[in-house]
Structures are given as C-alpha cells and as structure tokens.
Ligand binder design. Structure first.
Ligand code: PLZ
Length: 443
C-alpha cells in the first residue's frame, strides 16, 4: 500500500465523493474475496490515521468519532505507543508466555491490578479478544464457585463465540441460525431508565426476583454485566442498580463480573464505569482500550478466585503477546500521565448540552445519555418511544458521506453512539457535532 507523504493534519477534508473511486474499486475486490458474512460498515478504505483523523485511499480526511469501537482511546498513531510497539517488534514478537515468559506480560497484570476497582490482592490472565476474556471469566467463575448458572441481562453484548453468543442478547445479526448455544445461561431484565422508568433499586429487585424464582440463588456462579451496556445502546443503569446486584451476589455466594471491555480505560470519566457507583467487582474483563489498537484482553479478579484454577487451566498461544503488551503499557501510561479521565468528563460537558439543545427542537431524539466520552442518541418515532431505526440509518449515512465516522448501536438499531478519542480537540468535536446536528435536522 502506498503512503502519501502529505501530513495528516487535524481537519476533516473531503476531496472526492464518499466512498471515493479508489475505495469503490477496493470494495469490489473485497466482495470477490472477503466473506459477505462480515458487517460491511462504511466502505471507505483507510490508509493512514493520526489523532482523530483517518486518511482514506482517495486522500479524504475523515473525523473519527468511533475510535474503532472504543479501542483507540488515546488516538491514532500516538508516538509513545507506536515507539513502544516498534521497539518490542525489534526485540522479539513472540515466544508464547506459557513456554518461555517475559516481563511485559507481568507488567500489564501489575497495571491491571492497580487500576481495576478495589485494593484487594488481584491476579490476571491475558487473552486476545474481548470474547475470549469473557469466556475465561465464565470458566474461572464456575470453577471457583463450583456452580454452573451464569446470569446475564437483556440487551447484553459479550461476544460472538459459542459461549458468548449465549451470553449476548440480540439475535440478529449475532446469533441467528448459529446455535445451538451453550447451556446454563439465564437472562433477566436490566435497568433501562428511558424505557422502563424504574429506579435502580426497583430494577434490581425485578432482576433479583427473576433470578431467585427461575434459577435459584444457590445455583448462580456469577452475574455478568456491562456496567454501561455498549452494543445494546449505551444503556446507563439507574443509580443503585449495580450496587444492589453486587450486594446480592455477595450475600448469596455468587460472583459479580463486570464486563468493562467497551466502557473501561477512562472512557467514561473514570478508569472503569463501575467506579462511578463504587462497585467492586470480583472479576473484571477488559479489552479494546487496554492496548490502544493491538489485540489484547484481560481477566482480572480476586487472587483467591483467579488462582483457584489448576495450573494449565488457562492459556492460549498468543494471549498477552509481547507486542500487544508493550502497546498496552504505553497506552495505560498515556492515560494516566495525561489524566485522560478528566478529558473524558470535559468531552461529556461539551457533547451532552449540545445534543440536548438539538433534542429540544428534534422530536426524533428520544434520549441523550452516557458518561464521559461514551455518549449516545436514541432515536424514536416522534410522539412516543417507538424505536426509529430508519432515521438512525439515514443520520449515519448523512454523517459518513460528509466524512464524520459515527457508529450505530442498540437492540433496536436506533442509536448513534459517539466514542471519540480522548485526545480529540474541542474544535474537532464541534465540527463533528455540527454535522451530526445537521443530519438530525435534515430528517
Ligand atoms: N464485551 C462489552 O463491547 C465487543 C463488537 C463488534 P471482542 N464489542 C464490539 C462486533 O460487531 O463484533 C465487546 C463488548 C463487550 C465483549 C465484547 C467482545 O469483544 O474483542 O469483539 O471479542
């Protein structure tokens, strides 16, 4: 792939129609050779990126408000991360931690122990993807408790492997005709304030009585939950919901597993989304923002739970790969040194009032919610709460055609999520929000 030498810059700049001619040709090549089972997204093919700007093969500069689904939280091509990766590539790229280990793996586990909630003794195991981390968290929870049942909630997303498909709520496109699914997974209602109007304690009581009546408290190995539900629609549970579920697990010998794969790493204005409610999970799963673009995932938990597993019970060829680990250490350092959780809060302060003002004159905007730089707009049919997936699709198309990359989410496909890098400037953010507002008004 040829790389133009012109600087990337910091501005969105569209020089062809989107997708441009080269991207269109590339898309034809793709269709001939890449399985059509993969989500097609917006077929603009990327050649370079820097900060919050993506440069496509037609030399268009797009503003990235998706960060590759909450992965490049620090930004694209951040020198501290690319340098760390380059150094590690030159040193060695792989030995397999299970065969001949190395320090970087240990350092990532030390960092995870330090930044995840609670000051108890924690240990970690590293994997490649979020789904793999969730699978392992479930394995560990079952072994440590000697129980089988895993409780998940409506609108949950935990991955696409066989076990995680069972944990994920939405049928299309994730599960349809891919079964049969793994057993001993039980789904209970969540807290979705915009749609259920319940307080946190009320929603928790509803979930708990479903667990007690349909599963039996003594059978529950763990409640597994995203503290802010990501793919399901950036659903922030009502205050008190998560603490009540966590307290119930403690009282009943079950574990509380927080899936922080999308919501972690300063994204919400704290290191982790559970920090907003003072909940201390027994196990935390991480990925995405953990390594700034390199594939890495972690399971971090109370040492007595994590270490209950027999030697050799956890592993995988690539888990905790040294290059991904080096990227992770540089990413965590950049987040910490830059106090980037504070920047996430500023981003919320800029985005939410702006979007609420748009909402005031746009009846298709049902709700604006989220924390930090994890904000969503839920679109409805004016006059009620019926999900409006058609408007959502049109708005995303309007934005992407103008070079503002935004992603949809939501069980009903009716949400536009905003996941900018925490290094984005106010000016870039205003530019992107301006286009989004135009898109909403154009409906
Ligand atoms: N848990 C909370 O958000 C991944 C999925 C994109 P993997 N979310 C993006 C898609 O359509 O496949 C995710 C998540 C939460 C687990 C996962 C799974 O992480 O790294 O995609 O396996």
């Amino acid at each position: 792939m040829s790389h133009a030498t012109t600087p990337v810059g910091t501005e969105r700049k569209i020089v062809t129609e989107l997708p441009g001619p080269k991207s269109q040709a590339m898309h034809e090549r793709r269709k001939a050779t890449v399985s059509h089972g993969l989500t097609q997204g917006f077929p603009v093919y990327i050649e370079r990126a820097e900060g919050s700007i993506l440069v496509d093969i037609d030399d268009n500069r797009l503003l990235d408000l998706g960060s590759g689904i909450a992965v490049t939280t620090v930004g694209h091509a951040v020198p501290a991360i690319t340098d760390a990766v380059s150094r590690q590539v030159a040193d060695f790229t792989h030995t397999c931690f299970m065969v001949t280990p190395y320090e970087e793996y240990i350092e990532v586990c030390e960092e995870l122990a330090a930044i995840t909630p609670g000051d108890h003794h924690k240990t970690s195991a590293l994997f490649n993807s979020g789904a793999e981390a969730v699978e392992n968290a479930v394995k560990i929870a079952r072994l440590a408790t000697g129980r089988d049942a895993i409780v998940v909630v409506d609108h949950a997303y935990h991955g696409r492997t066989n076990l995680t498909m069972a944990l994920t709520a939405k049928n299309m496109p994730y599960k349809d005709r891919f079964g049969p699914f793994a057993p001993e997974v039980y789904r209970v209602p969540t807290s979705y304030p915009f749609r259920d109007g319940l307080s946190g304690p009320e929603a928790a009581q509803r979930a708990i009585s479903a667990i007690e009546s349909s599963v039996g408290a003594h059978n529950v190995a763990a409640i597994l939950i995203e503290p802010i539900q990501g793919e399901g629609g950036f659903i922030v549970p009502a205050d008190g919901f998560l603490p009540a579920l966590s307290a119930w697990t403690k009282a009943n010998g079950a574990l509380f597993i927080a899936d922080e794969i999308q919501s972690g790493f300063c994204r919400t204005g704290e290191w982790f989304a559970v920090d907003h409610e003072g909940v201390i999970p027994d196990i935390v799963t991480t990925a995405k923002g953990l390594a700034g673009g390199m594939p890495l995932a972690g399971v971090t938990g109370r040492a007595e739970i994590m270490n209950a597993v027999h030697e050799g019970g956890l592993g995988g060829t690539y888990g905790g790969n040294p290059v991904a680990a080096a990227a992770s250490l540089a990413t965590i350092k950049a987040l910490r040194v830059g106090q980037m959780h504070l920047r996430a809060r500023e981003i919320e302060q800029l985005m939410v009032p702006f979007l609420r003002e748009v909402q005031a004159s746009a009846p298709i905007v049902g709700d604006v919610r989220g924390r930090g730089a994890m904000i969503v707009i839920e679109f409805v049919v004016p006059g009620g709460k019926e999900p409006n997936a058609a408007a959502t699709k049109a708005i995303i198309e309007y934005c992407t055609k103008r070079g503002v990359v935004v992603i949809s989410c939501g069980t009903y496909g009716n949400c536009v999520r905003l996941l900018p890098a925490l290094s984005i400037s106010d000016e870039q953010l205003r530019d992107g929000l301006g286009v989004l507002a135009e898109a909403i008004r154009s409906i």
